[in-house]
Design a protein around this ligand. Structure first.
Ligand code: SF4
Length: 331
């Protein structure tokens, strides 16, 4: 895939746009940045007609174009199932109508679990099969043990998309990736992150001794990096073949920076925009129309004076500190 960023004919070009999950996501996962957003912005509402209008602009290349749009299925969890289905029916109409558009982006979905993609999910409506054909990539929150392999279930439902499992580092045993690797195209090793701008707890020998950190934070970055190391050595072949992917935030932090607000943005359900998906506060206000979402994206981009989220990102700093601790420069 070509990395798009810049402008052409007054059109914003981006590599990826994430339609972030609902502010009021029904999954109450501990430490989730989406949940942290909800606590900070309790009155925000999503409007799926506006989001659909934005997607229509995108596939037409109207003011904006991107290589990929990734829709979190939890985005619509605020809505009744019938409305969710309506959203996907209209999404199908848009993709069908503009299927020959030179700006048609790759369509990716993220879902908490298979039930959102199957029988009880919002994609189950007459002709939902047609939409499934436009879906290039599916990411599930984690590997799920079922009698049938998740891939077989998805194939039965008419998906031909590549399948990925996100596995949070430190929350699985490093020897437990055999099954996920057998049934998916990719396993993405997700580093658990605090919301953007918030500190990672660094566990020094004194904090450990004084027991000042809650247990769930101790599962945090050090053990996650240990887990990463074990996976690398246990699954060398899969690693080399690119079947196991380390969190892009980690890769970006170890390199020169991240594309948030440069080549990728996150659109929240109320049309507000932040570069980094882990941002606690969006960088713009909500949007009342599809064009306003495009305008929000324009405002958020570094090349238009927007904010570079990576400056607030604590990952690289944390990695440096961790190395210092490991080298015995701090106690
Ligand atoms: S700023 Fe970039 S590297 Fe840091 S958490 Fe956000 S997306 Fe990841």
């Amino acid at each position: 895939m070509i990395t798009l960023f810049g402008e052409r004919d007054n059109r914003i070009l981006l590599n990826a746009i994430l339609l972030q999950s609902s502010i009021r996501c029904k999954h109450q996962c501990q430490g989730c940045y989406t949940r942290a957003q909800e606590a900070k912005n309790p009155d925000r509402q999503s409007d799926y007609f506006i989001l659909l209008g934005f997607i229509r602009n995108l596939v037409q290349g109207k003011g904006i174009a991107a290589n990929q749009i990734c829709i979190s299925l939890d985005t619509l969890i605020d809505q009744e199932l019938e409305q969710q289905r309506q959203f996907f029916l209209e999404l199908l109409c848009i993709f069908k109508k503009y299927q020959r558009s030179e700006w048609l982006p790759e369509l990716a979905l993220t879902a908490h679990d298979l039930s959102l993609l199957g029988g009880k999910g919002p994609l189950n409506f007459p002709s939902g099969n047609h939409l499934r054909r436009y879906i290039n990539h599916i990411s599930l929150s984690s590997y799920q043990t079922t009698t049938d392999s998740p891939r077989a279930i998805l194939e039965d439902l008419g998906y031909s998309a590549t399948l990925n499992y996100n596995q949070t580092l430190g929350l699985f045993k490093a020897g437990d990736l055999q099954e996920p690797l057998g049934s998916a195209d990719f396993v993405y090793l997700n580093l658990h992150k605090p919301p953007l701008g918030e500190e990672y707890p660094i566990i020094t020998s004194s904090s450990r001794r004084l027991n000042v950190l809650p247990v769930n934070q101790i599962v945090s970055i050090q053990s996650q990096l240990e887990s990463l190391k074990k996976v690398k050595s246990n699954y060398e072949d899969a690693w080399t073949e690119g079947k196991i992917i380390q969190d892009h935030c980690l890769t970006d932090s170890l390199a020169s920076g991240c594309g948030a607000n440069i080549s990728k943005v996150t659109v929240w359900p109320d049309g507000a925009v932040s570069g980094c998906p882990y941002a606690l506060e969006p960088q713009t206000g909500p949007a009342n129309s599809a064009d306003e979402i495009v305008e929000n994206i324009r405002k958020s981009l570094v090349r238009n004076g927007g904010h570079y989220s990576f400056e607030d990102c604590k990952i690289s700093e944390t990695l440096v500190n961790l190395t210092r601790v490991k080298l015995g420069l701090e106690s």
